[in-house]
Write a protein that binds this ligand. Structure first.
Ligand SMILES: Cc1cc2nc3c(=O)[nH]c(=O)nc-3n(C[C@H](O)[C@H](O)[C@H](O)COP(=O)(O)OP(=O)(O)OC[C@H]3O[C@@H](n4cnc5c(N)ncnc54)[C@H](O)[C@@H]3O)c2cc1C
Length: 490
């Protein structure tokens, strides 16, 4: 890019996959007045905040990487959380993005100021410092705020209580009597890991999940890493091949074809083949279709839950007492440690930041019925503010790195228009946003997420907050912005 007549001041909030992708895309295009504000003490987003035992990627690592930063030498086919976080640190350093980064910088408010002389965003940090920006990019993560269950007596427990998303490394697990609450990927991973060292582990399950078997502890052979390192083209082909294959998997969730039925049958077989006891198998059988919730993948869970020191508890939790958990059957489970693998308040996305857009409209008002955006990125009433991996991001179908990259490249269009002086503010229209969201609801009809299970994918109004289209549609929708969908101030 040639020297920009006015280089936009850009603030990116969050240094996870989305923030790093946006920063890389913008700097590669020549935009360098950039600040990445990250409230955590390190980068990596979920891979920084989640450090519980057993954390691994649930998709093959050769997919879960930035297209611009291929990594041939993952130690495992499904890498551990710590290895993924190290990768994020390395990428920041390798591309010189760390020079724009401010850690321990929590944004508490962002306000759009518009006056005769122009307009800008004023961003306030928790310590009171204020920064100004022409563009604000929210990359704050959908799965960020831990959800704490409202169980009577939880605070009275005399042992330790830890949420998996805020793991405390000082917590001792060896030889302890442990309860794990929650059955998503995290619950399954943490039970598999802790069972090996616990005196006893009880997995409290309100609604079991389908668990696809995969050899997730498989090491990536050194020879493969060496070959991929020496032959970047072959590595790229592997990456692209896996992305294409994941496109087939996306088809499985998007359309009710024989492929979906085959994967669903595989999920049922995964359970049948690994759990022989009919009573336990019944307890582990969900009452909804496989793939309806975020799919859990594990090669170890069913084995772990059948070990002598493990128990599945399906009776409802009545209360927590100082010594343990009492269930509806009257039983009291004596415990030393309660692990909450109870997920996230996904619809708190971008909050508790106080975001005020044009004419005093707040994000809380705009999103009273849950987060909604135009093509995952633009919100009416909030000029020059965009999200990356925002509402409707394709969790569970398309690579998130790919989606973040497409969104960031799409936003380059407006940054360039700002830089050449042809646009000073841009805001998506209500009509375009409503039309997009109506399309999403229609397109969601044949997806498996819409087959009647209760999951964090659902909004307050019961619509599914995911991406119902394939990768090609995503690329088309995020190619070049349609000016008719935006209100433009020159
Ligand atoms: C435990 C776990 C495992 C997962 N495993 C997989 C997987 O295997 N495969 C997969 O495809 N997806 C997985 N995901 C989904 C995951 O959310 C995405 O893959 C991706 O990491 C999301 O990146 P992000 O940048 O959008 O959000 P995040 O990674 O959440 O990053 C957002 C960042 O914004 C920061 N932030 C938030 N608010 C503020 C603020 N006010 N001020 C400053 N900074 C702020 C946060 O501290 C955080 O660092 C997993 C999620 C979790 C929670």
């Amino acid at each position: 890019m040639t020297a920009a007549p006015r280089d936009p001041r850009i603030i990116i909030i969050g240094a996870g996959v989305a923030g790093i992708t946006a920063a890389h895309t913008f700097t590669q295009a020549g935009f360098t007045k950039l600040t990445i504000l990250e409230k955590g003490s390190d980068v990596g987003g979920v891979w920084h905040w989640n450090r519980y035992p057993g954390l691994t990627c649930d998709v093959p690592s050769q997919i879960y990487q930035f297209g611009f930063a291929p990594k041939p030498d993952w130690s495992h086919m499904w890498a551990s959380g710590s290895e993924i976080q190290q990768y994020h640190r390395d990428v920041l350093e390798r591309f010189g993005l760390d020079r724009y980064l401010r850690l321990n910088a929590e944004v508490v408010a962002a306000e759009y100021e518009s006056a005769d002389g122009g307009q800008q965003w004023r961003v306030r940090l928790a310590d009171g410092e204020e920064l100004e920006a022409d563009f604000v990019i929210c990359a704050t993560g959908v799965l960020h705020h831990p959800s704490i269950p409202d169980i009577p007596g939880l605070e009275s427990f005399s042992g330790e209580v830890v949420h998996t998303a805020r793991w405390d490394d000082s917590v001792q697990t060896r030889g302890k009597r442990i309860a794990v609450l929650g059955t998503g990927s995290t619950g399954v991973q943490v039970v598999s890991a802790l069972q090996r060292e616990a005196a006893h582990i009880s997995h409290f399950v309100r609604s079991p999940q389908w668990i696809l078997w995969a050899p997730m502890t498989l090491r990536q052979p050194r020879l493969v890493a060496e070959l991929l390192r020496r032959a970047p083209r072959a590595h790229d082909a592997v990456h692209q091949g896996l992305l294409a294959f994941s496109g087939v998997l996306a088809d499985v969730v998007l359309r009710p074809t024989w492929r979906r039925r085959a994967v669903q049958e595989y999920a049922r077989q995964s359970l049948r083949a690994q759990v022989r006891d009919p009573k336990l198998r019944t307890q582990l059988t969900p009452d909804y279709q496989p793939l309806c919730k975020r799919q859990v993948v594990s090669g170890t869970y069913y084995r772990a839950i059948q070990r002598p020191n493990a128990a599945l508890v399906t009776d409802e939790i009545v209360e927590v007492t100082p010594t343990g958990i009492t269930t509806a059957d009257g039983r009291h489970h004596e415990l030393d440690l309660i692990v909450l693998a109870t997920g996230f308040a996904a619809h708190n996305y971008m909050r508790p930041m106080h975001v005020v857009g044009r004419d005093g409209i707040t994000l809380d008002d705009a999103w009273v019925k849950g987060p909604k955006a135009y093509r995952m990125t633009a919100i009416p009433g909030f000029p020059n503010l965009f999200t990356v991996l925002g509402p409707n991001s394709p969790t569970g179908s398309i690579s998130l790195q790919y989606s973040a990259e497409r969104t960031s490249k799409y936003l380059l269009h407006w940054l360039r228009k700002f830089a050449d002086g042809s646009v000073s503010a841009v805001e998506v229209t209500e009509e375009a946003t409503d039309e997009f969201n109506a399309g999403v609801i229609d397109a969601m009809a044949p997806t498996v997420w819409n087959t009647g299970c209760n999951s964090w994918y659902l909004n307050e109004d019961n619509t599914v907050d995911l991406w119902p289209y394939d990768r090609a549609t995503l690329a088309t929708m995020l190619s070049v912005p349609d000016p008719r969908d935006y209100r433009i101030t020159r």
